[in-house]
Each structure stands twice: as structure tokens, then as C-alpha cells.
Design a protein around this ligand. Structure first.
Ligand SMILES: Cc1ncc(COP(=O)(O)O)c(C=O)c1O
Length: 335
């Protein structure tokens, strides 16, 4: 590092990292942007908090997928916004339901590549419908692209930001999932019209993460290690996912798995009426951590299930987890 890099630097982020991110997302996610549109944060959570404070006034409504990501909901609620739960079906967020529930909405938060937590993909027709709505209403869309690097089948999906060309879509990416949660590096790619206000707000609130860390990641990406890391981890996670699918096929009469082509977890759907919180508690008592699906609903849950994370466990532990789940489910059926 040079002596000038010991100063506070650019509070929107270290330029070499912003350039490396812009190049990476253009190639990997078809995102269209200039490096100046990349704003560096320590986490997606931090970036959602700032976006909510900048873009929302108290009482504004925000569309959130139902079920959806509690971290985003918390950021919007903290800014005084009214979170409107919009149902998700097999094609992702129901834009028509959103229009009926709250037509004059300022912001929509979506996870188009891999709906959190259900795992569905937002269809092309829905993407176009959402973009059309945002343009007509001058609303913003936050595309949280939190784990799409780990797609195991088919070609990588293009981002919503890429279809839109970056007019209405704020693209959120995180390195805390690509690497590990304590890394504390994430980013937003904001439309050109928002660059100045995000940069000023970043300076007023905090500034970018440590330059040393940003510089290390910039070098890592520029020398091709990021692409290699993603390839290696994708293979590892794929083998863990396969172990889960294999083991789960033996308990197919007890659970129905949701989509498993992307990400680090899969939803095991339970029969309607099953108390997933009670089942999650019983599983936890036997050493299996599997959050209940109902936890991710703002309103009354319309489905019951468990989130099974597999990326951090070797195959033997995964098989053991499924055996535990089978025991817990069989016991709860008998009760
Ligand atoms: C939908 C979604 N977005 C974002 C994140 C987290 O990103 P970060 O750790 O950078 O806040 C998660 C983490 O679980 C997530 O599930």
C-alpha cells in the first residue's frame, strides 16, 4: 500500500475494489454499471439500512416477498416504512397482487435469482412486469442477489438489473456468503441518479470498510482467484446438496423438498397444518438446527416447513441430520 492509501480514502469504497466488482458482476451476472455506481459496505444488512433511510419516508409502503428475508424487513421497518407482504408463488413475487395491495409503493425488495426462503426463481414475464410497474410509478427495486453464485444446474441467470439497464434497480451483492460471514464486505450497485446521494450518505454515516481489506479483495478478484474460488465452492456445495437430496429421497413420504438448483439451503415442506415451530424445537433438541418456514412470514403463514442448510456440513453429518429429521417427524405423526 502507498502512503496515500493510509488516509480515509474514498468513503464510497476503494476504487480498485469498485472497479473489480463492476467487472466481475458484468461477466458473472450481466449487471450493467460503471465503477462509480458501486458503493462498498460491510454487509447487505448495512446497505439495506442506508437504502431504507435514503429512499423511504415514514409511512411509505414497501413491497416485501411473503415469506421473505427478516433482515430486509427489519431495515425497512426501522426507517418507519410500512411493509406490505406480497405473496410469492411458483413464479416468484406476484406483481399483480402487489399492485392490488399497495399500488403507490416507493420500493420493492426482491430476491429474483433465488427467492428467500422458498428457492423459486422470478420468471421472465414477472421480471418485465415488475420493471414496467417500477418505471410507471417511479418506484425503486432492490434486487438482493445474495447467493446466486451457487447455481448447480443450467446456465447462470441474468440479473434483473441487467434487463433494466440500471434505471430503477439497486443491485445488492455480498461477499459474506461467497467467503464467510465475518469477512464483512458487500456492495450496492445504484442507478446513476442515486450515486451522489448514496456517496454523501455513506460519508455522513460511516465511510467504507478498512482499505486494507478492500485492497486484499481487489487483488484477489483481479488476479482471477474469485472466479476459481466460486467454481471450487460450487462443486463442494453441489456434492453436499446431492448428499441431502439423496438422503431426503428416503423420507419422501414425510417431506416434499422445494427447488434445490441454487443456493445453500433447501426448504423441506411439511404437510399442511404441521406445527413447524414445534418440529424445529424438537429437531434442535436432538442436535439438528433447521429454522421453521413460518418464521419468515409477516402475516399468518400459508405453508409449513423447515429450512435445511447444507453448505457448511460434510455429507455424513447431512445424512445424520436427515435421519434425525425422520425420527422427529415420525414421532410427531404418532402423537
Ligand atoms: C436474502 C439474504 N440477503 C442477504 C443476506 C446476508 O448478507 P450480509 O451478511 O452481507 O448482510 C442473507 C444472509 O443470510 C440473506 O439470506
Amino acid at each position: 500500500m502507498s502512503a496515500t492509501e493510509l488516509g480515509p480514502g474514498d468513503l464510497a469504497g476503494y476504487r480498485p475494489l469498485r472497479e473489480a466488482i463492476a467487472t466481475h458482476v458484468a461477466a458473472a451476472r450481466a449487471v450493467r454499471c460503471d465503477w462509480r455506481q458501486v458503493i462498498v459496505f460491510s454487509s447487505t444488512q448495512q446497505s439495506l439500512d442506508l437504502a431504507a433511510r435514503l429512499l423511504l419516508d415514514p409511512g411509505d409502503s414497501v413491497w416485501m416477498e411473503e415469506p421473505g428475508y427478516p433482515g430486509a424487513r427489519a431495515a425497512f421497518t426501522a426507517s418507519g416504512a410500512r411493509v406490505v407482504p406480497v405473496p410469492v408463488d411458483g413464479m416468484g413475487l406476484s406483481v399483480s397482487a402487489g399492485k392490488t395491495l399497495a399500488p403507490a409503493t416507493r420500493l420493492a425488495y426482491v430476491t429474483p435469482s433465488h427467492q428467500f426462503p422458498l428457492g423459486t426463481t422470478l420468471s421472465l414475464a414477472r421480471r418485465l412486469e415488475l420493471l414496467r410497474w417500477a418505471t410507471e410509478h417511479e418506484a425503486w427495486i432492490i434486487e438482493d442477489d445474495y447467493d446466486s453464485e451457487f447455481r448447480y444446474t443450467g446456465r447462470p441467470l441474468a440479473s434483473l438489473q441487467g434487463i433494466d439497464g440500471g434505471e430503477r434497480v439497486i443491485y445488492a451483492g455480498t461477499f459474506n456468503k461467497i467467503f464467510f460471514p465475518s469477512l464483512r464486505l458487500a456492495f450496492l450497485i445504484v442507478p446513476e441518479a442515486l450515486v451522489d446521494s448514496f456517496t454523501a450518505a455513506r460519508a455522513a454515516t460511516d465511510g467504507a470498510p478498512p482499505t486494507l481489506l478492500q485492497g486484499a479483495l481487489a487483488d484477489f478478484i483481479a488476479s482471477g482467484h474469485l472466479a476459481a474460488h466460486i467454481r471450487r465452492m460450487r462443486e463442494l456445495y453441489r456434492s453436499r446438496r446431492d448428499a441431502l437430496l439423496d438422503a431426503a429421497s428416503e423420507i419422501g413420504r414425510l417431506v416434499a423438498l422445494g427447488p434445490a438448483d441454487t443456493g445453500l439451503h433447501v426448504v423441506a415442506h411439511l404437510p399442511d397444518g404441521a406445527d413447524d415451530r414445534d418440529i424445529a424445537r424438537r429437531a434442535h433438541a436432538q442436535g439438528l438446527g433447521a429454522p421453521p418456514l413460518s418464521r419468515y412470514y409477516l402475516g399468518p403463514p400459508s405453508a409449513s416447513g423447515l429450512l435445511l442448510g447444507y453448505a457448511h456440513e460434510p455429507p455424513e453429518r447431512i445424512r445424520q441430520g436427515i435421519r434425525t429429521l425422520a425420527r422427529v417427524l415420525s414421532a410427531s405423526r404418532k402423537r
